[in-house]
Write a protein that binds this ligand. Structure first.
Ligand code: 6PG
Length: 484
């Protein structure tokens, strides 16, 4: 049933009816909530009503004034516009029309710092601003996304039940939670996307290794991924990889993956994750390498120049491997590297929460990522268990389940990285994850030498292993040591 606005009878409103907004609105309506819908160009709103008006109770509105008036107070207004200045423009138009206590929910991929700024800005008007991460793409928005909600407890009380009803569900539990105050929702979504970058890079490296060193064809690799999806690696992206690799381009008859240009793009959330990690001092090496690998892939001119100079003699670079054993090794390396990427991502969420005073339950974050989102995976259940058992866990890597998996796979992991280096196949995510693991477990790191060098050229001082205090050596003088 659909009708035009009259009285304030909608329980929620949504403005911005591009694909994501439209699907989210349909999902909300299908779950029995009366929803007011609005779009800058009215035709899109009308299309939604014409095509899907029978899916639930929509209140179509043509102006922002009419839209706001159609929603019950305290109003909940979802904003689904492209992140950036567009969000500010919508907020500026909305604010004068709203009343104290109303709630504006930004469901775009906004930068968490913008969300923090907007939260303060709306607070001055007595309004709640709720930065909300929504993952799952178009399909998820329609059939059940994973939803990471920020903002105040008070706003969540009004908003939460609606969002929980439309989210993906696992064992009767919604993949939606109030992860923390202020910008926490968008921060968690940002790290989700960073992990998404690492996950995809690790998958892409696995494919490259299986094809370039293992000698498998794309359709055979599809079967391998299909098998992997039946075990601990089971996840949305692994299944999708099997589907993509099995696909043949209808125009050329080539494997589809061979007709796609090998330059990966990004909208920026991976870059933000790395920038934030640098500020927080958290080594998220897997995510960073994944982000840089995309960047390298886009440097076509440099790649062409390097290819010309450093020509490859295929015989010199050929590495002979036992195909079946190599497939198993790549599987183990993928799993271990994935554990590292997630461990690093959760470290970053923990550090972000400490920095900004957000009370984020890491086990709950893993829980709401179990379905609906792009990185949904079987092993997220294990991460929830790990943080439930020990909420202040130092690193996920050392919990029994993951430690056993890494111990079991470490030889294969080393073999894969060494073989890749020998064969000239770039594996930045595999390699950096292994180095991170070795860095953590090493008795002594060469950071001692770095400290000595810093003291030598800049009198930056150092600490000793055998005495408390801060010291400096007179490198240019008599080499005596003094306490700084
Ligand atoms: C999701 C996705 C979604 C989107 C990314 C793609 O969780 O639904 O992460 O947010 O697909 O923005 O990001 P890039 O364009 O940066 O790869």
């Amino acid at each position: 049933m659909s009708e035009q606005a009259g009285t304030a009878r909608a329980t929620i409103g949504l403005t911005g009816l591009a694909v994501m907004g439209r699907n989210l609105a349909r999902n909300i309506a299908r779950h029995g909530h009366t929803i007011a819908v609005h779009n800058r160009t009215t035709a899109k709103m009308q299309d939604l009503l014409d095509e899907h008006g029978d899916e639930g109770d929509f209140v179509g509105t043509e102006s922002l004034e009419e839209f706001v008036q159609a929603i019950e107070k305290p109003r909940v207004v979802l904003v689904m516009v492209k992140a950036g200045p567009g969000t500010d423009a919508v907020i500026d138009d909305l604010v004068p029309l709203l009343d104290e206590g109303d709630i504006v929910v930004d469901c775009g991929n906004a930068h968490y710092a913008d969300t923090m700024r907007r939260t303060e800005q709306l607070q001055e008007h007595g309004l709640h601003f709720v930065g909300t991460g929504v993952s799952g793409g178009e399909e998820g928005a329609l059939n059940g996304p994973s939803i990471m909600v920020g903002g105040t407890d008070q706003a969540y009380e009004r908003l939460g039940p609606i969002l929980e009803s439309i989210a993906a569900q696992v064992d009767g539990e919604p993949c939606c939670a109030h992860v923390g105050e202020g910008g926490a929702g968008h921060f968690v979504k940002m790290v989700h996307n960073g992990i998404e970058y690492a996950d995809m890079q690790l998958i892409a490296e696995s494919y490259d290794l299986l094809r370039s060193i293992g000698g498998l064809e794309p359709a055979e690799i599809a079967d391998v991924f299909g098998r992997w999806n039946e075990g601990e690696l089971e996840s949305f992206l692994i299944q999708m990889t099997a589907d993509v690799l099995r696909h043949t381009d209808s125009g050329t008859g080539q494997p589809f993956v061979d007709v796609v240009k090998d330059a990966a793009e990004q909208k920026g959330t991976g870059r933000w994750t790395v920038q934030s990690a640098l500020d927080l001092g958290v080594p998220i090496t897997g995510i960073a390498e994944a982000t840089f690998a995309r960047s390298l892939s886009g440097h076509g001119e440099q790649r062409a120049a390097a290819r010309k100079v450093f020509t490859t003699d295929p015989d010199e670079q050929r590495v002979d491997v036992d195909r079946e054993a190599f497939v198993d090794d790549v599987q183990a390396a993928l799993y271990a590297s994935k554990v590292v990427a997630y461990a690093q991502g959760f470290d970053q969420i923990k550090a972000g929460a400490e920095e900004h005073g957000w009370d984020i339950d890491l086990g709950q974050v893993a829980k709401i990522w179990r379905d609906g989102c792009i990185i949904r995976a079987r092993f997220l259940g294990r991460i929830t268990e790990a943080y439930t058992d020990e909420p202040d866990l130092t690193t996920l890597l050392t919990t029994a389940f993951f430690a056993d998996a890494v111990k079991e796979g470490v030889d294969a992991w080393r073999h894969v990285v060494a073989t890749a280096a020998q064969g000239g196949v770039p594996v930045p995510a595999f390699g950096s994850s292994l180095s991170y693991f070795d860095g953590l477990r090493r008795e002594r790191l060469p950071a001692s030498l770095i400290q000595a060098l810093r003291d030598n050229f800049g009198a930056h001082t150092y600490q000793r292993i055998d005495r408390e205090g801060t010291f400096h050596t007179a490198w240019a003088g008599d080499l005596s040591e003094s306490e700084a």
